[in-house]
Design a binder for this molecule. Structure first.
Ligand code: MSP
Length: 512
């Protein structure tokens, strides 16, 4: 991976309907990585946006009785508003109907023509509008009298039309070499194996233009064809860096992308087509594609067409954004699918946020306020139990960077919540309230260490629950220039005196 600069993207969303929890999940996951890398002193560029062309959007606009662009303006805004509601820290929001994107798609297309990777022929086969994907005959079955994709379950229609093709078959061996040389290009490892097996089973040339509808970017010098929406959409990652101006500082600083966060349903596009297009155009492929699992409702993927949507906005209004972010990141194992429910959310808020992290902060802050006038100094004495807590914390934190750099967010969260638990236990065992009249020095030392732990835990949790951690770090008067992970290299956050301010309740316990 590149040093210091980190370019991270979410998928750009189809503005064909209301955003749902699956969209929220993909975005929050990427946001957590972006915030972590910023806290680890990387210069981060975090991109999200909307994918506005193709038959799926054209049909959705027709159904709404609107011109496609007017339709997209309306729904793209809803997705853009969602970025604020989810507290995403994105640096840019790209729309594929923007001029900067047209310029970049045209240039990529021209490079592919120039390299001899594009030719004109005729496409005859199955197409899923819902997935905007072509499927082979062996990927289709009949279900309830309808032809559907075995891969996604979406219905497919037969297409026969003149089309430009990309010589994907010619890239089979080069892709396998590329995966071999870059063994962490696709994570988790199960997804990497899936992709390698698919490529090994043989790649067919890919239809990259359509002639039976008009809503898309026209093939340069050929008004009859619009560019296949996936070739168009994937290029957004370059467009946002002002490609084709390769001298632009954004491009120079941030390409190749460090991490594309995507759902497993769109892995083939990102892990096969995308590097093949880029290699053919003589552009470096991204460093990594991380394919997360699906959020399930019951046993099915949550999606508009299945009508089993949990609305993220309703959850945020009722429970709060940090609560939703934490639950999604903790409960859904990022490699595999995860079932979510309101009961699960409430249990998670109570056990981890209210009773563990929240309680730790609240009890220490109120004790320091009531007994120490909001000020703590320590001596240099370190007791055995202090040392034990410090050592265990060091052990739990030693692998945290590594976990995040490999997108093992579940392990990361487990370790941090474990530090909360240990710190609560340390306070229970040390009983500082009993020392008020007997050993003020020792009491202060205990509280000082507890506050140091709270500051560290808050910095670790900051990418996931940034509203709460900001309140805590503000109340601890931790200066912004040290609210980062430099302490992992051995320093403490506080020197000696710690002054605190009052803090409001962070997480309310949910009672039935
Ligand atoms: N427009 C394409 C992406 C183009 S990227 C160049 C697309 N859009 S989408 O709106 O359908 O989905 C966006 C993301 O949301 C995908 O990563 C997808 O996997 C994710 N999710 C949609 N439903 C999901 C769940 N139920 N669970 C988790 N994520 C899923 O695909």
């Amino acid at each position: 991976m590149k040093h210091n600069n980190f370019y991270i993207t979410t998928p750009i969303y189809y503005p064909s309907g209301q955003p749902h929890m699956g969209h929220a999940y993909s975005s929050i996951l990427a946001d957590v990585f972006a915030r972590f890398m910023r806290n680890d002193n990387y210069k981060v560029h975090f991109l999200t946006g909307t994918d506005e062309h193709g038959l799926k959007i054209q049909r959705a606009a027709e159904k709404a009785g609107l011109d496609p662009l007017i339709f997209c303006n309306k729904i793209s805004k809803i997705f853009n508003d969602l970025t604020k509601k989810l507290n995403l820290s994105n640096d840019d929001f790209i729309r594929t109907t923007e001029k900067r994107h047209y310029r970049s798609v045209n240039d990529l297309w021209s490079r592919l023509v120039k390299s001899g990777d594009i030719y004109l022929s005729k496409y005859k086969g199955w197409y899923s509008v819902s997935d905007e994907a072509y499927y082979n005959e062996n990927e289709i079955i009949e279900k309830n009298g309808k032809k559907v994709s075995t891969f996604s379950g979406s219905s497919v229609e037969w297409v026969e039309e003149e089309s430009f093709f990309f010589k994907l078959s010619a890239w089979e061996k080069k892709l396998l070499d590329f995966y071999n040389k870059n063994d962490k290009f696709i994570l988790p490892i199960s997804r990497r194996n899936e992709v390698i097996n698919f490529v090994k089973s043989g790649l067919k040339d890919l239809s990259v233009s359509r002639t039976s509808f008009t809503w898309g970017i026209k093939v340069p010098n050929n008004n009859k064809h619009v560019i296949y929406v996936w070739l168009d959409a994937l290029t957004n990652y370059l467009s946002a860096l002002n490609f084709p101006n390769t001298n632009d500082s954004l491009y120079k600083n941030f390409w190749p992308a460090s991490l594309h966060v995507i759902g497993k349903d769109i892995l083939r596009f990102h892990a096969i087509y995308w590097p093949a297009f880029l290699l053919a155009a003589d552009i470096k492929p991204p460093n990594r594609v991380f394919g997360h699992g699906w959020i399930l409702s019951g046993d099915e993927k949550m999606s508009k067409s299945k009508g089993n949507i949990l609305n993220p906005l309703e959850i945020i209004n009722t429970y709060g954004i940090d609560e939703l972010r934490y639950y999604l990141m903790k409960e859904v194992s990022h490699g595999s699918d995860g079932n979510i429910s309101l009961k699960g959310l409430e249990n998670c808020i109570n056990s981890d946020l209210a009773n563990n992290y929240g309680n730790l902060c609240q009890r220490v802050f109120s004790f320091v306020k009531n007994n120490c006038k909001n000020k703590i100094n320590k001596t240099n004495d370190i007791s055995n139990s202090d040392k034990k807590l410090i050592d265990k914390t060091k052990l739990l934190t030693s692998n945290l960077r590594n976990e995040m750099n490999n997108q093992n967010l579940n392990n990361y969260i487990k370790s941090v919540i474990n530090i909360c638990f240990l710190t609560n236990k340390y306070i229970n065992d040390e009983e500082p309230w009993k020392l008020k009249n007997t050993d003020i020095k020792k009491m202060n030392n205990i509280l000082h260490l507890a506050l140091e732990q709270i500051a560290k835990i808050s910095i670790f949790f900051d990418p996931i629950i940034p509203n709460a951690t900001t309140k805590v770090l503000d109340a601890l008067n931790v200066k912004s220039q040290i609210r980062n992970l430099s302490f992992l290299d051995g320093n403490n956050i506080f020197n000696n005196e710690i002054k605190i301010n009052d803090i409001e309740i962070l997480f309310k316990k949910i009672t039935q």
